[in-house]
Design a protein around this ligand. Sequence first.
Ligand code: ADP
Length: 368
Amino acid sequence: MNLFMTQSEWPSASLARFPDPSQILVRTAWKSPSNIALVKYWGKFEGQLPANPSLSITLSACYTETEVVCTESESGAMEVSFLLDGQPKPAFEDKLKTFCQSLLPQKPFLKGKHLWVRSRNTFPHSAGIASSASGMSAFCLALCTLENECTGALAKKEDFFSEASRLSRLASGSASRSVYGGFVLWGKHPLEEKSSDEEAFPVSWNIHPEFRGLNDWIVVCDRQEKAVSSRAGHGLMNGHPYAAERFRQAFQNIERMKMALVSGDWETFSFITEHEALSLHAMMMTSRPWFILMKPTTLALLDALKAFRANTGCRVTFTLDAGPNLHLLFPDSEKENVNDFLISKSGLNLRPEDIIQDKEGTGPERIL
Ligand code: ADP
């Protein structure tokens, strides 16, 4: 799909008419990646502030491209019209509109504007591969470009990305981390002076070459929209009997993860990564009401992976986001072994289209 909008591509039926080119004030497009958390964010306070710091790797193959065209709004009120893959998506549109309206007191340049948004994801949304992170960060990066074109306030690169991360956090917490490439920390932690609950930062640590360019092959166990959204899941951490201990564990795991990443300690890296993934899902299973996002294929894969690793010593570890799809993390040297595992040894008849071959990426890119 060619992303850039023309008048004729905008479906006219129930939507307001796409503006005449002479009415366009600003037009921009951003490509922004998803990310996978190694130390998980699950539980938050008022204002989208995280209950614990989280650490992620930014991906490259899983991304969103979003184009935003800004005009004056005919009604005078702030409006958003949204297309996903060229089709109206009212639920996504409502979320973006509510978000933009919530920004009006701090972003007066949005007053009376109509944002025409067109977007596409390279991977299934709402399935635990963090389309909220790539989708919201792509949109917020575009908002920052609009702001800069309207006010000049974000001319410095550092200010631009800092604001993009802060806005992305307000839209969807983990989106704050997608604004930068590599290993990214969101949430105040004593280990990193610059760290903040308000925005994410790339870590300053000297990451061991073992962990650079790490592969993340995502096995799509289920493409359906998950039954419980992340937003609802976070809410269930309020009053959760294990919440306090979980938050303490995450703080500690950031510290242990840093030591593993800097020293090249694969065993510890693997242990913490898996422990974090299963702790996240344990929180879901022990919420009130409880819910389970893993599917039978997820569990079958975990069993098969454990046996394969014990037999081969393959350096592959796994994590799960808030969904059923398994992320396999491994260095380049294990590519053939992991491929062999998935295609021949897992016993699951996986098709190539069920596997997204992703890896550490360098972060977002302005494409228009
Ligand atoms: P996921 O695991 O994919 O992040 P969530 O349920 O947490 O699932 O988030 C999905 C939400 O992210 C959607 O309901 C929508 O609001 C938002 N989203 C996904 N893709 C896009 C996009 N391309 N543009 C804008 N918002 C998006």
